[in-house]
Ligand binder design. Structure first.
Ligand code: NAP
Length: 292
């Protein structure tokens, strides 16, 4: 059973599968991180705007695993965009996580109404990378056009673009843009959580293609979806606060899908996002402050 790493465009390796903690309540987060690390996960994805970095840090310290073995990823929120603001945002996150160095720091969203601030924040990430405060830098929810613009105005191509991607929303154009630039596609809502929590009628856990493949491999639909991500070469960061699901989502390294099976899951794409348009976020409506 191999826990696959992916190599980022700056040579840093990252475990392909991590635990996500969006919507993990602070009081559930530490236990979820400990359960994940004790299961074998070595990658945690959080964000300043999840308001649980302190509890993630507590989990990192409580688990029976060296900090150096764990790939810690977090994201700056839009209220901390701008050069000086982003440097300060990093300090806030590092302090809350209780780490000196963050393995991967992302800009959480583009800010189309203030793209100059997005660029300035990214330049701060470049400084943090040069200073060794972060090991890799990247973005999230950046469209192909936004990536082109960001890359045109900055020096370092992002290592990662974290985007909504699951069998119901396979994002071919955004993946192609990431590939064109040598950017790793990292998938949020990898088991279609965005569809589930929006009350969408689509339910991946009863989806016949996923159920039938589950029967073939003695796996659950969630495990089939996560294997599909790995077989595509993506990074995926499923969220759960339930220890049994945390273990289930990690038990995906002992089988592989065939090209036809991968294609049958690709064909579930609806082209419909399960979430809001990332470009609709504004400082005015979504720029809630990140506490010290
Ligand atoms: P997800 O991981 O696809 O799905 C999470 C949902 O599925 C939760 O309701 C979870 O509930 C449930 N679940 C987990 N494992 C399961 C299993 N084996 N069987 C059945 N249900 C299961 O969706 P997500 O949380 O939206 O995305 C994952 C991570 O991506 C987030 O935690 C976050 O780190 C990141 N993310 C990033 C962005 C961004 O803008 N960059 C946006 C959204 C998410 P329980 O916890 O109760 O198990």
């Amino acid at each position: 059973m191999t826990y696959p790493p992916v190599t980022l465009n700056n040579g840093v390796t990252m475990p392909a599968l991590g635990l996500g903690v969006y919507q993990s309540k602070p009081e559930e987060t530490t236990d979820a991180v400990v359960a994940a690390l004790n299961t074998g996960y070595r990658h945690i994805d959080t964000a300043a705007a999840y308001f649980n970095e302190i509890e993630v840090g507590e989990g990192l310290r409580r688990a029976d695993v060296d900090r150096a073995e764990v790939f810690v990823e977090t994201k700056l929120w839009i209220s901390d965009y701008g050069y000086d603001e982003a440097l300060h945002g990093f300090e806030k996150s590092a302090r809350k996580l209780g780490v000196d160095q963050i393995d991967l720091l992302l800009l959480h969203q583009p800010l189309p109404t203030h793209f100059d601030k997005t660029i300035a924040a990214y330049k701060a990430l470049e400084t943090l990378l040069a200073d060794g405060r972060v090991r890799a830098i990247g973005v999230s929810n950046q469209s192909p056009e936004e990536l082109d613009r960001l890359i045109g105005e900055t020096s370092i191509v992002p290592a990662v673009n974290q985007i909504q991607l699951h069998p119901y929303y396979t994002q071919p154009e955004w993946r192609a843009a990431n590939d064109k630039h040598g950017i790793l596609t990292q998938c949020w809502s990898p088991i279609a959580g965005a569809y589930t929590y929006n009350g969408n009628e689509k339910n991946p856990f009863t989806e016949p293609v996923l159920v039938q493949l589950g029967e073939k491999y003695a796996k659950t639909p969630a495990q089939i979806m996560l294997r599909w991500h790995l077989d595509h070469g993506f990074s995926a960061i499923p969220k759960s606060v339930k220890p049994e699901r945390i273990r289930e989502n990690f038990d995906v390294f002992d089988f592989a899908l065939t090209p036809d099976e991968i294609a049958s899951i690709d064909a579930l794409d609806t082209g419909v996002s399960g979430s809001i348009d990332p470009d609709s976020l504004t400082l005015e409506d979504h720029g809630w402050p990140i506490p010290e």
